[in-house]
Unconditional design. Structure first.
Length: 721
């Protein structure tokens, strides 16, 4: 056997899962076949009293299903009957294991997720090591999938319907202490006592019988037809609908599998689950999410698009100029990865204040048990506040994060450039100023690049990398090495106004304003955006960004155009923002005015401002016909998809995978669609073009599909093969 190692120790068969061809163990056909053989051998051996299943990988038991194999099942050529047959074989195999008569213990020496945890659920006891990284759970929902190896049946039977539904619908990964509390594992022990604890349980008479195979068994909290069971399902159905607007089919299939499966004996319950898994895999949502949120994200995390022929660049020390919101965040994530940071601001006190904010964030993490004192101290010791550019000496990368003002940035970048060695690179975190122009402040524009981090830096994984006209491939490779070291993912784009992610997202906000100007009720504008799957609706997000800030940007842009008029829609948006800011002093949610499209109570609660219609008199039309929420949803999605396609046509971004994962991860484009290119592919290119033409005719030229899409439609091409 090459994956499952077999040994017998003091009458206990130790099955060690160790797939040498992979960094971690995953559930696939080969591993399952070997596991089955090993179990048969252990059961047949009369000298074996019990079985322990563990892993030979440091820190991980089994990380989940083999997603490449799952992607194969989700392919369009997928044969449902074949999948059902294969799944039933696996379900029967796990059923054989739990009814084999000998006690089987899952000795979880680290992460046990998805299929890995489902195998553990089919064991008679689960023992987990007491390390925080050792998470367990069924996270399939995060990829639009559902457990498919009996998880929807065993987990509710083990810990109760209520608890298990929450965990499965959210796809939560649970740390050891909490896992023990919830009953996901029976014991938590130090790593060096894991096998001892497993053998001890067998030696002390641990039974090889699952609770649900006992005639008197009822699930914790009651069965599915008990008052609590029914109440839970009704509540969960309603909540799921309210939170997801039915955009995620896996939520429904998980609920249905639990409801129907819990009425059946375990032998048959798994088959109910298998049928729902098939329905899910045959739909476009799971297929799309899997591709974007797993495969494309993995590429963005691994640096698949890093130029290959540039030697690896070791980043040991960086400079961050501007110790404000973004600068602090960048300094924090870099120090967390062991990089020394010079945090520089106009005055030392400002730089120190920036470091102080990092310290506060660490204290909070400490309080919540998310870090240790030693680690927090180490991170802080790596950040050196400064005001002199001399301190940048020896930095490998410098990230400029000062005010969004081209003159201020030019001065700062020039001063930094003078201190940097030839091998170092200089990056700007500008939200939208042209990188090619900012690079002029540098004596080596080839070593200048845009690194657009998103706020909050510690939580937002994606970075948009912007290539100026002169940025070299070597600089790009060095930027990648920095990004990978701080454990971020990235997409690479060409310098152009608004870059990529903000440009796509901007169309969403504009659409909300366009609807307002058309006289659509504000509540409908907001609710339809949520129904489309946007995390925050356009008027609320405008308040968050700050109407005052939007106003300032609009004024600056108008100055740059020499007062020339912008297009009609931009003028309308500007007029609305002007009226609220200048006319009514409503600058946004996080400003002293604490007012915008919404009004904000001191306790943080908000409601749409009832005076909005009156305040915008003359700027918003009187509607005579009703608007349908479906049409609004479509407008929100189409406007962003058309813009993404335009960016591809213009060469701002070249890879559809980057285009998809970039906006899903950075600006909350609805994950269930798989991203704008996947959305267009799934809609059908021709159908999309026809519908965009209709929208353009009805609502304005912003919906007009770019030629690229027309050509693709007539050639029968798609973004993805
Ligand atoms: P901020 O106002 O919080 O911080 C800017 C910092 O730069 C301040 O500490 C200021 O003292 C310092 N600074 C100004 N001029 C300086 C100079 N000449 N020398 C040294 N330091 C100077 O701003 P922020 O939100 O952190 O934004 C910084 C940059 O990041 C901007 O270009 C912004 O567009 C961009 N950005 C912001 C966000 C966001 O959500 N806030 C997101 C992405 C990118």
């Amino acid at each position: 056997m090459s994956i499952i190692e077999y040994a017998v120790d003091e009458g206990v068969a130790i099955l060690t899962w160790n797939d040498k061809g992979r960094a971690t163990n995953v559930v696939n056909a080969a591993a399952l076949a070997e596991l089955d053989d090993a179990l048969k051998k252990a059961v047949a051996d009369s000298a074996v009293r019990g079985i322990v299943l563990t892993s030979g990988k440091q820190g991980t038991f089994v990380t989940g299903g083999d997603l490449e194999q799952i992607q194969g099942f989700a392919a369009e050529t997928f044969e449902p009957a074949d999948f059902f047959r294969k799944t039933v074989l696996v379900l029967d195999q796990l059923r054989r294991m739990e009814t084999c008569g000998k006690p089987v213990v899952a000795a979880l020496n680290g992460i046990a997720l998805g299929g890995g945890y489902e195998i553990a659920l089919a064991c008679h006891r689960r023992i987990l090591i007491d390390q925080r990284y050792a998470k367990v759970g069924l996270p399939e929902a995060g990829l639009g999938l559902m457990p498919g190896m009996g998880g929807t049946q065993r987990l509710p039977r083990l810990i109760g319907i209520q608890q298990s539904l929450g965990l499965m619908l959210e796809g939560r990964q649970v740390e050891p202490e909490q896992a023990k509390k919830l009953g996901l594992v029976d014991e938590v022990v130090p790593p060096d006592q894991l096998l001892f604890a497993a053998k001890k349980w067998i030696a002390s008479g641990g039974k090889g019988v699952q609770p649900w195979d006992d005639k008197r068994y009822t699930p914790p909290g009651g069965g599915i037809d008990s008052p609590l069971g029914l109440q839970t399902l009704m509540g969960a159905s309603a909540m799921t609908h309210a939170n997801t607007f039915d955009n995620f089919p896996h939520a429904r299939t998980i609920l249905s599998a639990v409801y129907e499966g819990m009425k059946l004996p375990m032998d048959r319950a798994g088959r109910v689950e298998a049928r729902y898994v098939i329905t899910l895999l045959q739909g476009t949502v799971a297929r799309s999410m899997l591709r974007t949120l797993f495969f494309s994200l993995q590429e963005a995390r691994k640096g698949a698009r890093r130029p290959k022929d540039v030697p690896r660049f070791e980043v040991k020390k960086i400079g961050v100029i501007g110790a404000g919101l973004m600068g602090q965040g960048i300094a924090h994530v870099a120090a967390k990865s062991g990089i020394g940071v010079v945090l520089l601001d106009r005055e030392l006190s400002l730089a120190e204040r920036g470091k102080g904010t990092v310290q506060k964030a660490l204290e909070k993490q400490l309080e919540r048990g998310k870090t240790t004192r030693e680690r927090a101290d180490k991170i802080l010791s790596l950040i050196e506040p400064a005001e002199s550019y001399d301190r940048l000496d020896g930095c490998d990368v410098v990230v400029e994060a000062v005010f969004e003002d081209r003159h201020v940035k030019a001065g700062v970048n020039k001063a930094a450039d003078a201190k940097l060695s030839d091998r170092a690179i200089l990056a700007s975190n500008t939200s939208g100023l042209p990188i090619t122009e900012l690079a002029r402040a540098s004596s080596r524009p080839a070593s200048f690049i845009g690194l657009h981090f998103f706020s909050p830096v510690d939580r937002m994984e994606m970075v948009e990398v912007i290539m100026g006209k002169e940025t070299s491939q070597e600089t790009l490779a060095k930027a990648w090495d920095f990004i990978l070291k701080i454990k971020k993912a990235a997409i690479v784009i060409r310098d152009s106004p608004g870059f990529y992610t903000s440009r796509v997202f901007g169309t969403f906000i504009t659409e909300g304003m366009a609807l307002l100007a058309e006289g659509a009720p504000p509540a409908l504008i907001e609710n339809a955006a949520k129904m489309a799957g946007m995390p925050m609706p356009p008027l609320a997000i405008s308040d968050q960004v700050g109407l005052g800030t939007m106003h300032k940007i609009a004024v600056a842009k108008s100055k740059e155009r020499g007062g020339a008029a912008s297009d009609a829609l931009s003028s309308t948006v500007q007029a609305i923002v002007d009226r609220l800011v200048v006319g009514h002093g409503r600058e946004g949610a996080n400003t002293p005015s604490r007012a915008g499209f919404y009004e904000y109570a001191p306790d943080g609660k908000k409601r749409l401002w009832p005076g909005l219609k009156e305040a915008l008199a003359g700027l918003i039309a009187e509607r005579t016909t009703a608007l349908r929420a479906d049409e609004l949803k479509k407008r929100y999605l189409f406007t962003q998809c058309v813009e993404a396609a335009r960016c591809i046509e213009e060469g701002v971004i070249t890879s559809p995978a980057d285009a998809d994962v970039g906006v899903v991860m950075a600006v909350g484009f609805p994950a269930y669609t798989g991203g704008p290119c996947t959305f267009i592919d799934n809609y059908g290119i021709k159908a999309f073009v026809d519908e965009a033409d209709r929208l353009a005719k009805q609502w304005g030229p912003r919906f007009a599909p770019p030629n690229l899409l027309r050509e693709m439609a007539s050639a029968g091409r798609k973004f993805y093969k």
